[in-house]
Ligand binder design. Structure first.
Ligand code: FAD
Length: 389
């Protein structure tokens, strides 16, 4: 019997696992893939999580992360606006980031099982049975599902958001190109947008979101890039100069921004599994980490005897909404302006006259910096002394 089984070793699952493991809990983390591995993600991390990462012993700049504090937005017709990013962020690959957090989790006593795909979670009397890879089974008092935006597991859990199909496809490359270090660019094209920013080792991450319809119309990714992305002069120039660092891009389908539930049948959802913000806001990773910290804090409060099981669910739903519901809503509204040529042109022209308003809007999707103390410190001490006695 584990205290906690965590499904999914992305940033949400890893954060939860690290905090619970560090507090002394018996934690098992199950990840479908094997570290290190590439993911479709723009790899720009908002600075709101920097104090937290440092408080758990991960120092991004020691691993070659690049500080980013300016945003460039361009339109398909070549109009451009540059804005300061008030809180800013840094660029680091998920290949490196996730693998390092998995190492830290293991150092804190978390059992990290890789190449382990969870198929079902069965609620029992007072505990859960978790089944993976057809024949492997574990029991746990708590299950945290941090399996990302969409997974076969959602089907097995019969989650309602699956009924809404998502029209987006995500594509990502690592490239080598001369690119301003401290700038993240968001280049728009008909049917989508493409982010580009620096990561470690002089590499850049190029990642775009496009409607499935647009991809279908063009027939292939290569044709899509040639016919549609190249219409934006900034993108045409980038594609002509860049050398790609892996032969085929990473591609994911069915990206959903639908509203989800934060717990179902007693299973606690975390990160994108609880709700995903539009990628152009550039803080899905920060939200995943923050939701992991929030959840770990509440679970530790329960383990310390301060709140009941029911209160964990109630408090998590309440605090999750207070922290993220508005951001997700703002993200969905901003997303509407991108992907349509005339709307993007109108959006950028308008904000060229009022850049302060654009800066304000960007700020609405970001949270204040936090660290481990913010969510867990006191509860960790009470839990540890309980474990000790
Ligand atoms: C195109 C695109 C660009 C983006 N760009 C940015 C950006 O620049 N900045 C930013 O902050 N955010 C960005 N995001 C959002 C960000 O990637 C996510 O919000 C973040 O990764 C969520 O973390 P997570 O831990 O919830 O999920 P994930 O990182 O998706 O991790 C989930 C994990 O669960 C595992 N898993 C899934 N199913 C199972 C199973 N059945 N059993 C075991 N393991 C399982 C997966 O293998 C995965 O490792 C972008 C998203 C997209 C789609």
């Amino acid at each position: 019997m584990y205290d906690f089984v965590i499904i999914g070793g992305g940033l949400a699952g890893l954060t939860t696992a690290i905090l619970l493991g560090k507090a002394g809990g018996k934690v098992l983390l199950l990840e479908k893939n094997q570290y290190p591995f590439h993911r479709v993600c723009g790899e720009y991390v908002s600075n709101e999580v920097l104090p937290f990462l440092e408080s758990i012993g991960f120092y991004p700049f020691q691993w070659g992360a690049v500080a980013i504090n300016r945003l460039l937005v361009t339109t398909p017709q070549g109009r451009a606006i540059e804005l300061p990013l008030q809180s800013g962020g840094f660029g680091i690959s998920r290949y490196l980031f996730d693998a390092q957090l998995a190492r830290i989790a293991a150092e804190h006593g978390v059992e990290v099982l890789q190449a382990c795909s969870v198929e079902s979670i069965e609620p029992r009397e007072g505990y859960f049975k978790v089944v993976a890879n057809k024949q492997r089974r574990w029991n746990a008092l708590w299950v945290v599902a941090a399996h990302g935006k969409r997974s076969a597991l959602d089907k097995s859990l019969k989650r309602k958001f699956l009924a809404q199909r998502s029209p987006y496809v995500g594509v990502k490359y690592h490239i080598e190109i001369e690119h301003k270090q401290d700038l993240i660019a968001l280049h728009n094209f008909e049917g989508g947008y493409c982010g580009i920013s620096r990561i470690e080792e002089n590499k850049s991450c190029l990642c775009y979101l496009v409607t499935r319809q647009q991809l279908k119309k063009c027939g292939s990714i290569e044709q899509l890039e040639r016919k549609i992305l190249h219409q934006n002069p900034f993108l045409r120039e980038i594609f002509s100069r860049a050398s790609r660092l892996y032969s085929a891009p990473k591609v994911i389908n069915e990206i959903s921004f639908a509203t989800k539930t934060v717990h179902e049948n007693g299973i606690l959802m975390c990160g994108d599994a609880a709700g995903m913000i539009a990628p152009l806001c550039g803080n899905g990773m920060a939200m995943a980490i923050r939701s992991g910290a929030l959840l770990a804090g509440l679970l530790l409060q329960h383990q310390a005897g301060n709140i009941s099981r029911t209160e964990v669910y109630q408090q998590y739903a309440l605090q999750w909404r207070a922290l993220f519901a508005r951001r997700l809503w703002v993200g969905r509204q901003i997303q509407r302006f991108f992907g349509s040529t005339w709307l993007t042109e109108a959006f950028v022209s308008f904000f060229q006259t009022m850049p302060w308003l654009a800066t304000w809007l960007v700020r609405q999707t970001h949270g204040a910096p936090f660290d481990r103390q913010t969510y867990v410190e006191d509860n960790q001490q009470v839990y540890q002394s309980k474990l000790g006695s």
